[in-house]
Design a protein around this ligand. Structure first.
Ligand code: PEP
Ligand code: MN
Length: 330
């Protein structure tokens, strides 16, 4: 049950009534409101209090993420770029930050082609401990310099709670990768960090589990979350992962949060990225995050799926045409 508190009202008597009912609660300040979440519903449904503006029984287990209580879409502002409005936002850049000159070249090219956020990993979640692991803080410094020189805000992954504050000091948006999307300690930490979060869907997660992962972040008072579909594991081996467009649409129907799609990781092959990107925006994605490299065959990670600059330019042209056809812009 969500108790939306009247502005500047004392909640001590409400909390006392919840305790007397033997229910649990959490007080969250989010979207300019104070909300008391109390559960289970059956113990608190008859509670009334002078401090309550509205009492909403959300039927989904992800209370704050659900659109049952919040009217209108949430817009997430990343360094001045609004995600969740009618304009589709494209983030682009290499899988990993490898070198300042290469990143500068890629950043200028993707900006020229119409991207409005720069992506690049400094901490890379690699399957093998012997693969390139990313440049760490050095990579963050490179990202920041390039971001400022080119004028694009940055999204980059954090893998460890110990690095959240550091990454926050360099980035405009933090990415939680597929492999960490049920690392609940990390989710709470980025919730407390109050920085926009791009939450990838784990490749073994149901849509409900993905939305509950977002609930961990919101329940710490951070409402700036974008949910990103990036493909799930199925029996199909011809693609790297199976992009779940249906699941992405279901997620969008359940939440007020913006939805993104990553067409690169499910493709695993650069020729497949464009059709998946087009499909995702037709299905309602508010944002795309695409891997682009100046020389993909030399890339230190995900070289098969990174687009060349020329391919990205072509993709942007086609995205613009499709966006227009569905009444949106890029
Ligand atoms: C990435 O964006 O480079 C990445 C590792 O993504 P995911 O966590 O979705 O595999
Ligand atoms: Mn990658």
């Amino acid at each position: 049950m969500l108790f939306i508190v009247k502005e500047n009202h004392d909640i001590s008597s409400l909390l006392e009534k919840i305790r007397m009912a033997s229910a649990s609660y959490k007080v969250v300040d989010i979207y300019g409101k104070r909300i008391v979440i109390a559960w289970p519903d059956n113990l608190v449904e008859n509670i009334e209090d002078i401090s309550i503006d509205a009492k909403i029984r959300v039927r989904k287990p992800y209370y704050l993420v659900s659109n049952e209580w919040k009217s209108g879409k949430t817009i997430v502002n990343v360094g001045g770029v609004e995600i969740g409005g009618s304009r589709i936002v494209v983030a682009a850049g290499p899988c990993a930050v490898e070198d300042e000159d290469i990143l500068m070249e890629i950043a200028k090219a993707v900006k020229r082609a119409g991207a409005s956020i720069l992506r690049g990993g400094a901490y890379k979640p690699r399957t093998s401990p012997y693969s390139f692991q990313g440049l760490g803080e050095k990579g963050l410094k490179i990202l920041k310099r390039v971001s400022e020189a080119v004028g694009l805000p940055v999204v980059t992954e954090v893998m460890d709670t110990r690095d959240v504050e550091l990454v926050k000091s360099y980035a405009d948006m933090i990415q939680i990768g597929a492999r960490n999307s049920q690392n609940f300690t990390l989710l709470r930490e980025v919730g407390r960090a109050k920085i926009p979060v791009l939450l990838k869907r784990g490749f073994g997660m149901t849509v409900e589990e993905w939305l509950l992962a977002a609930e961990y972040i919101l329940s710490e008072g951070n409402g700036d979350v974008v949910l990103c579909e990036r493909g799930i594991r199925t029996f199909e081996k011809s693609t790297r992962f199976t992009i779940d467009i249906g699941g992405m649409v279901i997620a969008k129907m359940q939440t007020h949060l913006p939805i993104a799609a990553d067409p690169s990781h499910p493709a695993g092959n650069r020729d497949l990225v464009e059709p998946l990107a087009l499909a995702a925006i037709v299905a309602g994605a508010d944002m795309l995050i695409v891997e682009v490299h100046a020389n993909p065959s030399k890339a230190l990670s995900d070289s098969e799926q990174q687009l060349t600059v020329e391919m990205f330019e072509k993709l942007m042209k086609r995205l613009k045409a499709v966006a227009e056809a569905i009444g949106r812009s890029i």
